[in-house]
Design a protein around this ligand. Structure first.
Ligand SMILES: Nc1ncnc2c1ncn2[C@@H]1O[C@H](COP(=O)(O)OP(=O)(O)OP(=O)(O)O)[C@@H](O)[C@H]1O
Ligand SMILES: [Mg+2]
Length: 270
């Protein structure tokens, strides 16, 4: 569990994160959603210590990250895996070397032990036979998988994924989402995912925080989002008229003003 309270962050006098508090639960996919520039990446960078918040606290399972010294943070960082926006693989290293990198950095394992672990995680993300390939030689979806394999190679307790679906087709996106969700449950990780992908919200959004101009505008589950009356959230999620109509129908049905027979009749009418 990661608890954040009253996080603020600005750059050059411009506030980017404004007094945000929430709880990211263990074994769940916690989503941060919001339009481009709403502060998702800055928030994630604050969470992992790449940016220092101007004020507020970040508490990892009772340990106050904000008050830790460099040694404490270094230790905690070893239990954090991160998939960066755009994968951020080393282009001059093979897939195997990329995934092995954290093991080289943080463990004293033998080369054989490291290779065994690399193959285990590559297997876990369904990538076989690509060890010797370079990132430039594999597809976008495969790069994301390599990024995920690298993020989980040290058995993290916390996993951060910044836009894991950017640049992927809807079906590949779904596979990546499902993989993140499976891994989260299987290893009981506290996972935080930044996204603006509506499919991801519905597929894996156990807990969703909607950010608007640096402020937490709404939070809840993927089931609750359908019925939310928050105008800003609805304008963001149900951006097209088609989705807005579908949502309105669903609301009318839920409120008993329309029944499923009416919906069937409408469907038959075309
Ligand atoms: N290092 C920085 N220095 C100054 N301003 C920054 C810095 N990083 C981010 N910002 C500003 O913070 C705001 C939020 O940016 P952020 O990258 O968090 O958005 P985002 O929600 O992740 O958007 P996207 O969906 O496009 O990834 C933007 O206005 C951006 O210009
Ligand atoms: Mg971003």
């Amino acid at each position: 569990m990661i608890e954040i309270s009253h996080i603020k962050k600005g750059f050059g006098g411009k506030t980017v994160i404004n007094d945000v508090s929430t709880v990211f639960k263990t074994g769940k996919c916690n989503l941060i959603i919001g339009t481009s520039g709403s502060g998702k990446t800055v928030m994630m960078k604050c969470l992992v210590g790449l940016f220092e918040p101007d004020s507020g606290e970040i508490i990892y399972d009772g340990k106050n990250f904000s008050e830790m010294n460099e040694d404490g943070r270094k230790e905690l960082r070893q239990s954090i895996g991160m998939l960066f926006q755009g994968s951020a693989l080393f282009d001059s290293m093979t897939v195997e070397q990329n995934v092995m990198f954290p093991l080289d950095m943080f463990t004293k394992n033998t080369p054989a032990e490291k290779l065994k672990r690399v193959n285990e995680v590559l297997d876990r993300v369904n990538l076989q036979g690509v060890n010797k390939k370079f990132p430039g030689e594999i597809s976008g979806g495969m790069k994301k998988r390599v990024g995920i394999a690298r993020a989980i190679v040290l058995n993290p307790r916390y996993l951060f994924c910044d836009e894991p679906n950017s640049g992927l087709d809807p079906q590949t996106s779904l596979l990546i989402d499902k993989l993140i969700k499976e891994i989260t449950i299987e290893y009981n990780i506290t996972t935080v995912v930044n996204t603006h992908d509506m499919n991801s919200v519905m597929e894996i959004g156990d807990h969703i925080m909607y950010m608007y101009q640096g402020v937490k505008e709404w939070e809840g589950s993927n089931k609750e989002i359908i019925f939310s009356k928050n105008k800003l959230l609805n304008d963001f999620i149900f951006a097209s008229e088609f989705l807005q109509d579908a949502k309105n129908m669903r609301m009318l049905e839920a409120e008993g003003k329309i029944d499923s027979q009416d919906l069937d009749d409408l469907a038959k009418k075309g």
